[in-house]
Design a protein around this ligand. Structure first.
Ligand SMILES: NC(=O)c1ccc[n+]([C@@H]2O[C@H](COP(=O)([O-])OP(=O)(O)OC[C@H]3O[C@@H](n4cnc5c(N)ncnc54)[C@H](O)[C@@H]3O)[C@@H](O)[C@H]2O)c1
Length: 316
């Protein structure tokens, strides 16, 4: 199977490249290499690489030339704080970029696997048929793209599927996100800011588990516009997760409660019709902490980033 991975130099995309390699595939990775996309994430993997913007017509030429059976789209602006600070790129990359790939799917014969998020459901619990209630500019852009995927399946009959994972954690996640932020700031002996009361609940899944479930769907090949939720089934508050990371590290995590992020969803809690096993959170956290301890070279250059350093980085 010929697989093209757009956004494959990011956190989940690079885990997906590794999973594809484990199953004997050599994918083509197309990625713009924004702040979050790094060739370093792909060290040790077998892939072809091309630098490309998902929003550009060039991507159609690449698809024509490579002639993939499947295109998986991980390319996105992904950080909620950044979307509050400056939303525009979330619209161009997440919405227009996805529509650009949908346009390619009209012209060329491939299956389009669209990576969405549990955040599109907002804080109400539900399943794949629940209404979309996005709260942030990030989740609004993801929900918009999902609606375009559904429209293209219905109107043009393209082959596609929408995948909605919950909060991923694991190696190679950019330090702006909660778990790497806790690990790295604690290693650097600085406090960790907690938004609001820290009781917001997220459903945590180890990134390799997500990659496996998505590749299982790709291999199964049913592409009739279905939505597939991928929850981790392990719901913990921010405060609980920080406590667990501290226990795994054997260190006291210093926390500082700061103003809540505007529009902050209290929880995400979707169910799924898929059946799969997941890594228990303490085991996943142990692997994650070990990776950050062993790979300082990877994260040290990233520690001067505003969204890692500031306590309330969404403030303009
Ligand atoms: N990380 C999570 O917890 C999580 C949870 C649910 C869903 N998702 C979704 O999974 C996908 C991947 O998330 P991630 O955490 O790996 O994100 P990430 O920020 O680590 O990686 C995003 C990748 O997209 C690339 N990219 C950005 N703009 C691009 C453009 N215009 N053209 C080409 N490439 C571009 C970046 O260079 C990077 O490699 C996203 O769609 C995200 O919304 C993530």
């Amino acid at each position: 199977m010929k697989v093209m991975i757009v956004g494959g130099a990011g956190f989940i995309g690079s885990a997906f490249v590794r999973e594809a390699n484990r199953r004997g595939m050599k994918p083509l990775v197309a990625d713009l290499l924004t702040y979050a996309g790094r060739r370093e994430n792909l060290v040790g993997t077998d892939h072809d690489f091309v630098r490309a913007d998902v929003r550009s017509e060039d991507i159609h030429g690449l698809i024509k030339e490579f002639s993939p059976d499947v295109v998986v789209n991980f390319a996105a602006e992904t950080h909620v704080d950044r979307s509050i600070y400056k939303p525009q790129e979330f619209v161009t990359t997440n919405v227009l970029g996805s529509v650009n790939l949908l346009e390619a799917a009209r012209k060329f014969d491939f299956s389009y696997v669209h990576i969405s998020t549990d955040e599109v459901y907002g804080e109400e619990c539900g399943d794949e048929n629940s209404p979309l209630r996005p709260s942030s500019p990030y989740s609004a852009s993801k929900a918009s793209a999902d609606l375009f995927v559904k429209a293209y399946v219905r109107t043009y009959g393209i082959k596609s599927v929408i995948v909605r994972p919950s909060n991923n954690y694991g190696p190679r996640q950019f330090p702006e996100k909660l778990i790497p932020k806790v690990i790295i700031r604690t290693l650097l002996d600085t406090h960790v800011p907690i938004y609001g009361d820290g009781k917001t609940e997220r459903d945590w899944i180890y990134v390799e588990d997500t990659a496996k479930v998505i590749l299982d769907l790709v291999e199964r090949g049913e592409m009739r516009g279905e939505v597939h939720n991928i929850p981790g089934g392990q719901r913990y508050s921010v405060v609980d997760v920080i406590k667990m990371v501290g226990e795994v590290m054997g260190k006291d995590v210093r926390v500082k409660f700061v103003n809540d992020r505007p529009g902050h969803d209290r929880r995400y809690c979707m169910t799924s019709k898929l059946r799969y096993t997941v890594t228990p959170i303490r085991e996943g956290l142990r692997k994650t902490v070990e990776w950050y301890l062993e790979n300082r070279w990877w994260w040290e250059p990233l520690t001067n980033d505003k969204f890692f350093l500031d306590d309330e980085p969404w403030r303009v």
